[in-house]
Design a protein around this ligand. Structure first.
Ligand SMILES: C[S@@+](CC[C@H](N)C(=O)[O-])C[C@H]1O[C@@H](n2cnc3c(N)ncnc32)[C@H](O)[C@@H]1O
Length: 834
């Protein structure tokens, strides 16, 4: 075989710009012949094929095996085995093909290993066959092996062999069998087959509540090994009436189930008028739901028998099934969700845990600033907020007049981009040559934590915009001039700011270069311009800098507006409260000063995600600091699970609407805002920023479906689809998702508000600067229907650190069913440096 290969690895995509849709086919007639399967499959555009794992037992009788040897092993190069073949455990009595149907392939082999009635000899033989096949998969470097379902639908016993507890009572024997299966899967996942050769185990899970619950139990029992995932098997009809309940259960499972692949059984397709395969409306909806959420990472498989008379096109006889699935993948809204530039850029970050940035304790890198500055929403919303604040300030006469300038619109147009734009608007007919007397008012803006200056840029542009709005408005004779003071403690970012100060005309645009200096050496101030000062210091120690000391000493020179972006994924976790209180305490702000942001609120919601918890556990094997050890801070899994992580969650399900934990507002109330009798600096002096929140998330039959993975805006379509869902699934909760919502500025006068948010209910679409903060839970919570999850979170601090502690419990009818310990007590595993 020659040609290009396609990786089955997570998040792997073909190098082309084609939509990500990695599909495979299982051809029953060729399950023991990869060469023949691949030849047919690739001709039709499938990327991989399925092969049954062989019995590698030594030959006992040559005659018995004649014609049963695999010859594909000598005909197919290793690169194909490692990229384009998935193994499948099958039953020895099926020979090389799964005659019982693919849904139950390997089931009798597993049954004989897990049923108490199996004789010891049979058990030994089955074990040898299974492990031999898996060793072979590892030897061939096959990326994944399909194992049978944890529920045995074909079982001829009274009840399913593997229980789906706690929904359905099952016999003790069956429960034991399900634990036997978990023990087997756990043994495989911790063996070198998975840990050294990295074979993934795809456990087949039919789309039934019971099977999904049984699989979650299996994952719990196997300690959420990252090697164990599921292959959702779409093999049964869904009655339209059952769709809402199924959709809400599936929402939770897309997080809890570590879904690696989806298999579409040919037997489950309908035929359209022309005889081509189609799926029912219910399945079209399921398709859109699963691929809308996981389409960038999930693999697709077409499998199942065809009746002898059917030919569905192509060399594989399943080309039309593939074409139909591709058609569903190309239908709105999937391409915009999965193939947009933003979606493609995000792909490497999906479910990848990162330590939260600490811009206060550490210095950010050049590239980090550069990446943030590409955000198309954050800065424009900040610009809008500054503009609203300036307009309100002008309206209430907050800024002192510093001089009168005699000039014309024609002259001002030369220096103001926004005036040029506004004058070009068709409706604006003004006499450009008329000389008028313009009152220039001065506003002082502090940009604290200026980084490489994007907020300074927004402030300059807002001053210019507000001036042109004012000049073209009814008053027509008031303009702004801004003194902008950029404060930054990162020396390398300071260098950048200083360079901008030297080279950017708008950063030094206070003076009109076309107008000669005045007699006293001063120069003419241009209405709408800004003059920037760059100061390198910690904003909490503003008193140490001469320019700032002068401001403190002169009430009139203090800041009218303080602009900052010190927000973390959970709002306050980058210590915005401590920094902004610090500035206020120094006394550089007027009593009337406005802060942008005005407030920020932390939100929390339970999340179900097998992927996130297994990623968090994996962190325990890579101590964050190489100095950690017995004499130092905690290492290992406990520390890893008591640490919050920033993550672009993906294989995750937010199971309840998020709730507010606490809100910080700035500046603190001074004598101007209320009759406190305190100056601005005094108002910030006694502030304590420790907080705690106790939240109760009551049972929701939709399992919070509209919140998707917890990152992105709530999805109204899903709400309609799950309406009427009445059977709550048992949920598995693996942690809490922290998000924030910030009011940058609310203009009560104009009733306009500028916000930024990553909380699903108010998500700022298109903004990518923040991903949620994931707080893992050391003990997975199983939450039966109609029970409540109680979460508590504390923000604690000492002289040098701030940290969070958190815990959660499950309550039903007044009884606590389970609880987990308080995480990170005393900040023992994680803290933010003050
Ligand atoms: C999240 S970055 C934002 C930078 C920039 N405003 C932007 O939007 O791209 C926060 C910045 O605040 C700075 N910073 C944090 N705490 C500070 C403090 N106490 N004093 C001065 N600068 C601080 C950091 O160095 C960093 O440059």
């Amino acid at each position: 075989m020659t040609g290009t290969s396609i990786s089955l690895d997570d998040c792997g995509s073909t190098a082309s710009s084609a939509p990500i849709f990695i599909s495979g086919v299982s051809l029953p007639e060729h399950t023991a012949d990869v060469a023949a399967s691949l030849a047919k499959a690739r001709q039709d555009g499938f990327d991989y094929v399925v092969t049954s794992l062989p019995n590698t037992a030594p030959l006992t009788s040559h005659v018995a095996h004649v014609g049963k040897h695999r010859t594909d092993v000598t005909r197919v190069e290793s690169k194909w085995w490692s990229t384009s073949v998935v193994g499948m455990v099958s039953d020895p009595d099926d020979g090389h093909s799964a005659s019982r149907g693919f849904g139950s392939a390997g089931q009798s082999l597993i049954n004989s290993l897990c049923r108490p009635t199996t004789s010891p000899e049979k058990r030994r033989e089955s074990s040898r066959i299974l492990w031999g096949g898996l060793e072979w998969a590892s030897h061939m470097n096959i990326p994944a092996v399909i194992l049978p379902s944890p529920t045995d639908d074909d079982s001829d016993e009274d009840e399913d062999m593997f229980d789906a507890a706690p929904c359905k009572p099952t016999s003790v024997a069956n429960k034991a069998a399900s634990r036997d299966y978990a023990q087997l899967v756990s043994a495989i996942s911790t063996s070198s087959i998975c840990t050294t050769s990295h074979v993934q185990l795809w456990i087949r899970v039919p789309l039934s509540m019971q099977a999904m619950q049984a699989f979650q139990l299996l994952l719990d029992r196997c300690d959420h090994s990252p090697s164990i995932g599921c292959m959702l098997h779409m093999d049964r009809n869904i009655e339209p009436g059952a769709l809402p309940s199924m959709a809400s259960a599936l929402h939770a499972f897309l997080g809890a189930g570590n879904v690696k692949a989806v298999s579409w059984d040919t037997g489950n397709f309908l035929r359209n008028k022309k005889g081509f395969p189609t799926l029912s409306k219910s399945y079209q909806h399921i398709f859109s739901m699963v691929y809308g959420r996981l389409g960038r990472t999930v693999r697709t498989l077409v499998e199942g028998q065809l009746d002898a008379r059917s030919d569905h096109g192509g060399a594989s006889s399943r080309l039309h099934h593939l074409q139909y699935l591709r058609h569903l993948r190309s239908r709105a809204p999937l391409p915009s969700k999965l193939d947009s530039e933003e979606a493609v850029l995000e792909t490497p970050y999906l479910d990848s845990l990162q330590s939260p940035l600490q811009p206060l304790g550490d210095h950010l890198e050049y590239q980090t600033y550069e990446t943030f500055e590409k955000d198309p929403v954050k800065y424009s919303n900040y610009g809008e907020a500054i503009e609203l604040a300036l307009l309100d300030g002008l309206a209430r006469g907050a800024y002192p007049a510093i001089k009168s300038v005699f000039t014309s619109l024609g002259r001002l147009k030369e220096t103001s981009e926004s005036l040029r734009e506004r004058l070009e608007e068709a409706s604006c007919h003004r006499d450009l040559g008329a000389i008028a007397e313009i009152d220039v008012k001065e506003v002082t803006i502090l940009v604290v934590g200026a980084g490489r200056g994007p907020l300074v840029r927004e402030a300059i542009a807002a001053v210019d915009r507000v001036t042109s709005i004012s000049l073209l408005g009814t008053e027509g004779n008031v303009a702004l001039h801004a003194k902008i003071i950029a404060i930054e403690k990162n020396p390398s970012a300071m260098l950048y700011l200083q360079s901008l100060r030297e080279t950017e005309p708008s950063w030094n645009g206070a003076y009109d270069p076309g107008v000669p200096d005045l007699a006293n050496g001063a120069r003419e101030i241009v209405p709408g311009s800004s003059r920037i000062s760059v100061i390198g210091c910690d904003m909490r120690e503003a008193t140490s800098h001469p320019i700032l000391r002068k401001m403190i000493e002169n009430q009139q020179a203090r800041g009218d507006i303080v602009v900052s972006e010190l927000l973390g994924s959970f709002g306050d976790n980058e210590l915005s409260p401590e920094c902004l209180d610090g500035v206020q305490k120094c006394g550089v702000l007027k009593d009337t000063c406005v802060s942008i942001p005005q407030s920020y609120t932390a939100f929390l919601a339970p999340v179900s995600s097998a992927r996130l918890i297994s990623e968090a556990k994996a962190q325990g094997f890579h101590p964050l600091n190489h100095c950690d050890g017995p004499g130092g801070s905690m290492v290992g899994v406990q520390r890893a699970l008591e640490t919050p992580y920033v993550v672009r969650c993906h294989a995750a399900s937010q199971t309840h609407d998020e709730q507010a934990c606490w809100t910080y507002t700035h500046p603190h109330v001074s004598k101007n805002d209320a009759d406190t009798g305190k100056s601005s600096a005094e108002a910030a002096a006694d502030v304590h920023n420790d907080r705690c929140a106790h939240l109760s998330f009551s049972s929701d039959p939709t399992n919070g479906s509209r919140n998707g993975c917890g990152y992105g805006a709530v999805n109204g379509d899903i709400v309609r689809a799950v309406e009427g869902s009445d059977i709550g699934a048992t949920l598995t909760i693996h942690g809490l998702l922290g998000t924030f919502h910030s009011v940058l500025y609310e203009s009560k006068r104009t009733k306009r508000t500028s916000t930024i948010s990553i909380a699903p209910h108010s998500f700022s679409t298109g903004m990518f600067s923040w991903f949620p903060l994931y707080f893992p839970l050391k003990e997975v919570l199983r939450v039966p229907p109609a029970s409540t999850i109680n979460c508590s979170i504390w923000r604690k601090s000492d002289d040098s650190r701030v940290w969070y502690e958190w815990c959660a419990e499950v309550e039903k009818s007044g009884f606590i069913l389970s609880t987990c310990s308080i995480h990170n007590p005393g900040g023992r595993a994680y803290h933010v440096k003050k």
